[in-house]
Design a protein around this ligand. Structure first.
Ligand code: AMP
Length: 329
């Protein structure tokens, strides 16, 4: 049985990128591994949310985790901020993290470019907090999307550096993980790049989104002017739509449209209508369950309490060891 740790930032509703990049793996791993899945509410602070929004978003992620099928009896499901040992390990790991390596991190450079007015220290040390989350439970596997690959490499560096410096084997090397063998990047609807909350509202499809809104977004997804010759290469926007179809449609449906593209008979309107219908098949039942779990405050409270207790027990053990190794009394 491996130790598995992963989280999702409390910055709003989950989208299907979160689902297929992370949560779909959580669901399989909870059946066989020792799993710690959390709601990253500390991580959400880099963008300075107001308290009411942070609270609402954190609650939403918990309700959506449960609606997706995470079972609090099988996994430790908790709010990051309920486990203060996270902050202590973050502080300790920061002493061995170098500003140069943090500044070279692609996601940091990206954020600096997009939000030059808010380059805070929390943003710079984001990968250290992520490493603390994982190492707190001695995590070995971390189900995440492709965008997190570099952060995992940094977590491995911090783990190895600590072990080497203190001549210990306290931390295992954590690896990013996806069941399919390769990490996934779910594309957005704007023709380029990944689906994400910060890429504009029209780019992401949320698990709890109204069916009419989902359809509208899909019908407006960026396409190209269509194939002009048989077997011409597929452009990025169309490849993205095929990728989304690969996630929610039957394999024959995808094959049908890929063949239609190859022989130039494809009609993008039909392609999008089909994707919208298949997306609704996938989202419909999920939406119902999100409604149920969101309305059950008692269950959300009970889940959070149970998760915090289990997570703190594991965290305390690690911190006791870390403090001893480092030479604290
Ligand atoms: P975030 O919403 O940035 O906190 O991401 C939470 C998890 O969802 C991480 O494991 C990400 O790698 C994953 N994720 C977010 N967006 C995508 C995407 N477009 N494709 C695949 N995985 C994603």
């Amino acid at each position: 049985m491996s130790i598995v740790v992963s989280g999702i930032r409390a910055t709003g509703q989950l989208h299907i990128g979160n689902y297929f990049g992370a949560v779909a793996n959580f669901l399989r791993m909870q059946e066989q591994d020792q799993c710690y899945f959390f709601i990253a509410d500390y991580h959400a602070l880099t963008t300075h949310p107001d308290p009411a929004a942070l609270k609402a978003n954190s609650r939403t992620v918990l309700a959506e985790y449960l609606a997706c099928g995470l079972d609090p009896e099988k996994v430790t499901l908790y709010y990051q901020s309920d486990v203060p040992e996270t902050s202590e390990l973050y502080m300790l790991l920061n002493m061995q993290a170098y500003v140069g390596e943090l500044e070279r991190c692609t996601s940091f450079k990206d954020k600096v470019r997009k939000h030059p007015e808010n380059v805070n220290a929390g943003l710079l040390t984001y990968p250290v907090l992520m490493a603390a989350d994982i190492l707190l439970h001695k995590g070995q596997f971390v189900p995440v999307g492709k965008d997190q690959e570099q952060h995992l490499e940094m977590a491995r560096n911090f783990a190895n550096r600590f072990n080497h410096f203190y001549q210990t084997e306290t931390f295992p090397e954590p690896y990013a993980y996806n069941f399919s063998g390769a990490l996934v990047k779910v594309p957005g609807l704007d023709g380029t790049g990944k689906m994400g909350k910060s890429e504009g509202a029209a780019n992401a499809i949320y698990l709890n989104e109204d069916p009419a809104a989902v359809k509208k977004k899909i019908m407006r997804a960026v396409t190209d002017s269509g194939p002009t010759e048989p077997n011409s290469p597929v452009s990025e926007p169309i490849a993205n739509i095929f990728t989304l179809m690969g996630l929610v449609s039957q394999p024959e449906t995808l094959q049908h449209f890929q063949s239609a593209y190859a022989d130039c008979s494809i009609r993008y309107g039909d392609l999008k209508k089909q994707l919208a219908a298949d997306m609704e098949q996938f989202l419909g039942p999920l939406r119902e369950r999100i409604k149920e779990f969101s309305a059950n405050q008692a269950l959300l409270d009970k889940t959070a309490l149970m998760g915090a207790e289990k997570a703190r027990e594991s965290a305390r053990k690690t911190l006791t060891e870390v403090r001893q190794v480092m030479g604290f009394r």
